[in-house]
Design a binder for this molecule. Structure first.
Ligand code: HEG
Length: 147
């Protein structure tokens, strides 16, 4: 069981309460698809992913980025049981979507970079530590149902 301090809980809740889901979600997913191009293979039905410009202008990718970020809301609301919260989503990514679980960490890191860029100097070491801890638990939970 993961232990959260009050200050970690406050940091995570406050990051998500002031988040622009459309902007950050799209930027994080775009960054992942551009920096780690092999992650594009799961989005074959999403139209033009030919280069960075095409990816950034693709409305289906932007919408999916928003959806993924809203997927994280559930972890924020259930910080004490992220594992169970994501059991079903993990099964979906494993058995139906066949997403390699290594990719969860890549997307999580892209999200950290995008949030850090947005927050600038407000993204202190303490905030970074709490945020990366949170994403680490999410990544682990999403990978739980793989076998
Ligand atoms: Mg996944 C669907 C969340 C990483 C590829 N992802 C979804 C859905 C959610 C979600 C909430 C919708 C599920 C549904 O329709 O019931 N994804 C989610 C999170 C994270 C993640 C929270 C990690 C932080 N996903 C991820 C990664 C890839 C991926 C790294 C591939 C590189 N997700 C993926 C695909 C779909 C979803 C291909 C189906 C999209 C579709 O149906 O159009």
């Amino acid at each position: 069981m993961v232990e959260w301090s009050e200050s970690e809980r406050t940091i995570i809740t406050s990051i998500f309460s002031s988040l622009d889901y459309d902007d950050i979600g799209a930027k994080a997913l775009c960054r992942c698809l551009i920096v780690y191009p092999w992650t594009q293979r799961y989005f074959g039905g999403y139209g033009n992913l030919y280069n960075a410009t095409a990816i950034k202008n693709n409305p289906l990718i932007a919408a999916h980025g928003t959806k993924v970020l809203h997927g994280l809301d559930r972890a924020v609301k259930n910080m004490d049981d992220i594992k169970a919260t994501y059991a079903e989503l993990s099964v979906l990514h494993s058995e139906k979507l066949h997403v390699d679980p290594d990719n969860f960490k890549l997307l999580a890191d892209c999200l950290t970079v995008v949030i850090a860029a947005k927050m600038g100097s407000a993204f202190t070491a303490e905030i970074q530590a709490a945020f990366q801890k949170f994403l680490c638990v999410v990544v682990s939970a999403l990978g739980r149902q793989y076998h």
